[in-house]
Design a protein around this ligand. Structure first.
Ligand code: ACM
Ligand code: ZN
Length: 764
């Protein structure tokens, strides 16, 4: 049982017997991110209705009011604001210029009489109070009626962040998130002292911020994806509302207007901003990269950007602005007379230098407003101005190069900080972008790579988690991907290499789940991994070993019932000699249970091969033209049969550009025999609609969006077995299945490496 809950349970029991002792107690000193220095002292401080806030300056009153609301929400106890500084029972917020900590740091002293928070800035006072808040027990709604005080441990803390950039990025172009959803995230991020919100407001799929001078940006520049979220954007009033909310939580908001690439939404509204203004641009339905970008040869593009910033500057009162700069293909510039003329006139050797010219002009616009520019690391390719700052996403190399050359850098390498990547095995987790970044990998990241020269380390401002939302449809999805990894980022950027400790973090994380529940955060719980298929064939016996990405209890049943926190605890590999249904889930110390993984093991015998002779190589292919969501939707008359020599030949691969050849939409049926090399239980994996081997449906996904291979098993004797594959060329939720290779891979049950079924194995 979670410590906080255990204590509350004890307290409630005590209060059942003794109505005078109505105090909730939290004796742990868990604060996340881990403070630089913390000592526990003897005794407790009691917060009750007579506890008051006092402060050394009037502006701190807003911080006091903020935490009065928070403490009331946690405990039901309402603190007051004192007229003068009382002797006892006060939380004193004191600005103190002489402290030897940085501007975001704080010193915290909790003794049995008072709480003292000291800092050089209001931001420091706010963080000191966030630490206090983490010590306050969460009281259930019923207990709020009976409890009149809460006790917290007496401690001494000296704390300051290691990095000044502790951020999160959110793409609201691919999918839109409402003001309420954003506010909810900011409120929780502030608990962990995250201080930067990088708001990716424009991209190919949608321009999501009202620009009064260019109303068509939000009338035409948003994709219609058939959901209720179509054409959603933030009005300037809503932007102000979010910024004010963030300011109250000491989070800077960094807007990003993508240039020169990822601009199709803008071009859809104003095609004159493209190299070719005759084309009918539409906001992109597909994910990926588009060839159509802002023209670098036209002056009206720069006046457009200038006008946009004229409206942005009053909305975002911060020094940093992000101008994008990533993934801008140069194909259109190469063929544009105006772009080529610009290169000639300015002595630019290539299109990479033209991109540098473009970005430098955008920077100039920002500098006229005293703003500092940040761009993705691709802008290094053609050279950057001395005042450019870099967000290093493709890896660390860009960041290392820029920092060593004296530019400020924020580290966001995909391999560590992409929150839209899987945090567990893709075969178990919901749809995500791909790759694999478990919590521990994020936690162990050090934003200062060894290659940074010592005197240049100061140029690494910090790190942020980036969240691209192609596969996040609602607020609860962004929470699932972000938590708990964003807390790891908060800790590694605040506490730093010398203070952080993963095992200690895991203990504190366990204690944070009730807080995340209080804020209704849909955080990730490590799922039972290990077996890669859910239907597993075996001959004599099979042993299943489960594990989780970080330690958490697993519970299971073998009788088909759903597991509860009280079910059998998984300890050792489970061995089966009979058909069995295994339902297994992870369960937190709070009793919260994960999604349930349902597996089935089945005792089978080796299937005999077909007695076929004189087969020719290749498979028979038939197609039906049309756009089909899945196999059940396929209708029409198949084409005449054709022979293909490789399974991959069933597909023509598109590039990542705009054009998707809709004439290629079709269902493809492949039929023939697969030559199995030796007797055994085989695993097959495929991203296709259906794979049938020896008359058993091995691959049959229940979902329509097919990005990752599903796995299935069957026991086969050596020889030729019938195989049927259904492949659909379609676009589902922004994903073109033609981006998948059409293939079926296999391995024997006791092997780990998959091999593709190649041309030597298929016959008809
Ligand atoms: C990026 O992920 N394209 C910055
Ligand atoms: Zn051009």
């Amino acid at each position: 049982m979670n410590l906080k809950y255990l204590l509350l349970f004890l307290i409630v029991c005590i209060s059942c017997k003794n109505t005078n002792k109505e105090t909730a107690i939290n004796t742990n000193t868990y604060i996340t991110p881990k403070p630089q220095y913390l000592v526990k002292k003897e005794g407790t401080f009691t917060i009750n209705n007579n506890t008051s806030f006092s402060f050394s300056d009037e502006k701190s009153k807003a911080i006091a009011s903020f935490f009065i609301d928070k403490i009331k929400g946690y405990t039901g106890i309402e603190l007051t604001i004192a007229e003068n500084k009382p002797e006892k029972n006060t939380i004193y917020l004191k600005l103190n210029d002489s402290l030897s900590i940085n501007n975001e740091g704080y010193n915290l002293t909790i003794d049995s009489k008072n709480i003292l928070v000291e800092a050089k800035t209001h931001q420091g006072l706010f963080y000191g109070m966030q630490s206090v808040l983490q010590l306050i027990p969460l009281v259930s709604e019923e207990e709020k009626n009976t409890i009149t005080s809460v006790a917290i441990p007496t401690i001494e803390v000296e704390d300051e962040p290691t990095f000044s950039w502790r951020g999160i990025h959110l793409d609201v172009s691919r999918h839109f998130f409402s003001v309420e959803e954003i506010k909810k995230q900011l409120d929780v991020l502030a608990l962990f002292k995250i201080n930067k919100f990088h708001w990716h407001l424009t991209d190919d799929q949608g321009w999501r911020i009202e620009i009064k001078k260019y109303p068509e940006l939000t009338e035409k520049g948003i994709r219609v994806d058939g959901t209720s979220k179509e054409k959603e954007f933030y009005t300037q009033e809503q932007i102000k509302e979010v910024v004010a909310y963030a300011q109250e939580r000491f989070i800077d908001v960094i807007p990003e207007i993508e240039t020169p690439g990822h601009a199709v939404a803008a071009l859809s509204a104003y095609p004159e901003l493209a190299c070719n203004d005759k084309e009918n641009y539409q906001p992109r339905e597909l994910w990926g990269i588009d060839y159509n970008i802002f023209c670098a040869g036209k002056e009206n593009v720069f006046s457009f950007i200038k006008d946009v910033y004229n409206e942005l500057i009053p909305l975002f009162p911060y020094k940093y602005y992000h101008v994008g700069g990533d993934e801008a293909p140069k194909k259109r510039w190469e063929n544009c007379p105006l772009c080529q003329k610009r290169m000639q006139e300015n002595g630019l050797k290539n299109e990479a230098e033209l991109q540098s010219y473009f970005i430098a002009r955008v920077e100039k616009i920002l500098q006229e407003h005293d703003k500092i520019m940040i761009g993705w690391d691709e802008i290094l390719e053609g050279g950057i101005t001395p005042t450019t700052n870099i967000m290093s996403w493709q890896g660390e190399e860009g960041g290392i190069k820029a920092a060593n050359a004296g530019h400020d850098v924020i580290m966001t390498p995909t391999a560590y900080s992409y929150l839209n990547f899987h945090q567990g095995d893709y075969r178990v987790e919901p749809m995500a972008h791909g790759s694999y970044i478990p919590l521990e990998k994020v936690y162990n990241y050090n934003p200062i790579p060894e290659e940074i020269q010592e005197d240049k380390e100061k140029h690494i401002l910090g790190m942020q988690g980036n969240h691209w939302t192609e596969y996040a449809y609602e607020g609860k999805d962004i929470e699932y991907y972000a938590y708990p990894r964003i807390i790891a980022i908060a800790e590694l950027t605040w506490s730093g290499e010398n203070t952080k400790s993963y095992n200690d973090f895991l203990v504190r994380l366990d204690n944070l789940y009730p807080t995340l529940d209080f804020y209704n955060i849909n955080y990730h719980i490590p799922l039972p991994e290990g077996p890669t298929a859910n239907n597993i064939a075996f001959i004599d016996s099979v042993s299943l070993e489960f594990n989780t990405t970080h330690p958490v209890k697993m519970v299971y049943t073998l009788d088909g019932s759903l597991p509860t926190p009280e079910s059998e605890v998984y300890k050792n590999p489970l061995t089966f000699t009979e058909d069995t249904k295994i339902n297994i889930a992870s369960v937190l110390s709070t009793g919260k249970i994960s999604t349930i993984r349902k597996l089935q093991v089945k005792k089978v015998s080796l299937k005999a091969p077909s007695s076929v002779d004189n087969l020719a190589s290749g498979l028979v292919m038939k197609t039906i033209k049309g756009h089909f969501e899945d196999a059940s939707a396929i209708t029409g008359t198949p084409s005449n049969p054709k022979i293909i020599k490789n399974i991959q030949d069933a597909n023509v691969t598109f590039d990542w550009g705009k054009d998707i050849d809709t004439t290629q939409f079709k269902a493809v049926f492949l039929k023939g025999f697969v030559d199995i090399p030796e007797d055994g239980v085989y695993y097959f994996a495929s991203k296709q609609e259906k794979v049938k081997i020896a008359d058993s449906l091995i691959i049959d996904p229940e979902y329509t969006l097919k990005r990752f291979p599903l796995e299935g098993t069957i026991a086969l004797k050596k020889g030729k077995h019938p195989i049927e594959i259904v492949y659909i060329n379609n676009v589902i939720k922004g994903w073109a299945s033609d981006w998948n290779t059409v293939e079926v891979t296999y391995r024997k049950a006791d092997e780990t490496e998959y091999k593709a079924i190649d041309s030597t194995m298929i016959f008809h």
